[in-house]
Structures are given as C-alpha cells and as structure tokens.
Design a protein around this ligand. Structure first.
Ligand code: DQA
Length: 144
C-alpha cells in the first residue's frame, strides 16, 4: 500500500526547535526512520512537508485515489485548521494523526485537534515511534 506522510509547520526545524520537547534528531532523520519503517512493513512511503495551510490542503486533495493511507502531523494547524479537517473528510482516505510530544500534557490550546476529528487514530508523545505505529496500524488494517 502507499502511505502519504504529511508534516506541518516547523517540523522541518526538528533538531533545532525546542529540543527539550521534540528531541535532537533532525527532520531528515525522521524521514529516514519512517521510510525504513514503511519498507519493513512492505508499504511505499511518500513525504510532504509544508509551513502553509493551503499547501497541506492541496496535498491532501492530491492524494485522492492515489494513496491508500495518510499519516499526518499537522503541527500547529492541529489546533486551528478546519480546512485540513475538511480536506481529510473530503478525500476520505484512512488517516492517522501523530504528534511527537504529549500534547495533552502541554498548554490547554494544544488539547483540541480539528484534523484529528477525521482520523481513525491519534498517537501522541511517542516521538518518531508514533509514525511507525501509525504505519503499522494502516498496513494491518488496509494493506495487502
Ligand atoms: C506537534 C504538537 C503541536 O502542538 C505543535 O504545534 C507542533 C508539533 C507535535 O508533534 O508534538 O508543531 O504537532
């Protein structure tokens, strides 16, 4: 199966941004980790990162009839974006939401997730491993 992995704003700054929260590993290291995890699971991985809400909406629309599953870390747009929620609902591709940090233990504005309302599952606070768990879930349920 083909999985689109979408990362939202500032995740390209991993390794630099707030390492106490997000760790010292870079965005490149995340891509390598997720690519390896998908390969192990027999899934094809495609990556997209943007700091722009509309570009993320376009990427989700562009996945329609092209990919079998979506893993999305909408980053700060998690807490604001009805547009990303609506895009996920529009394409109706099975989606899993991932957050590196445990957003439930952070500021109250991080407790709400709009895109999460269109996701089958949300994995938080597990760092890079959350993406692997998301890929395993999608392959188990929709792969083959
Ligand atoms: C994040 C959590 C968000 O609240 C934050 O805005 C991010 C990253 C995470 O992966 O923990 O940019 O999605």
């Amino acid at each position: 199966m083909k999985i689109l992995i979408i990362n939202g704003p500032n995740l390209n700054m991993l390794g630099i941004r707030e390492p106490d929260i997000y760790g010292a590993q870079t965005y490149g290291a995340l891509l390598q980790y997720v690519a390896d995890a998908c390969a192990e699971l027999g899934a094809e991985a495609e990556f997209f990162q943007s700091n722009h809400e509309g570009a993320i909406v376009d990427a989700i629309q562009g996945a329609y009839r092209r990919v079998d599953g979506i893993i999305i870390n909408p980053a700060a747009y998690t807490h604001t974006s009805v547009a990303i929620l609506d895009a996920l609902k529009a394409v109706a591709i099975p989606a899993v939401e991932v957050h590196l940090s445990d957003v439930r233990q952070r500021e109250s504005f991080r407790h709400v997730s709009y895109p999460g309302m269109a996701c089958e599952k949300t994995i938080i606070g597990k760092g890079f491993a959350g993406y692997k768990e998301a890929a395993a879930y999608l392959v188990e349920k929709y792969g083959g």
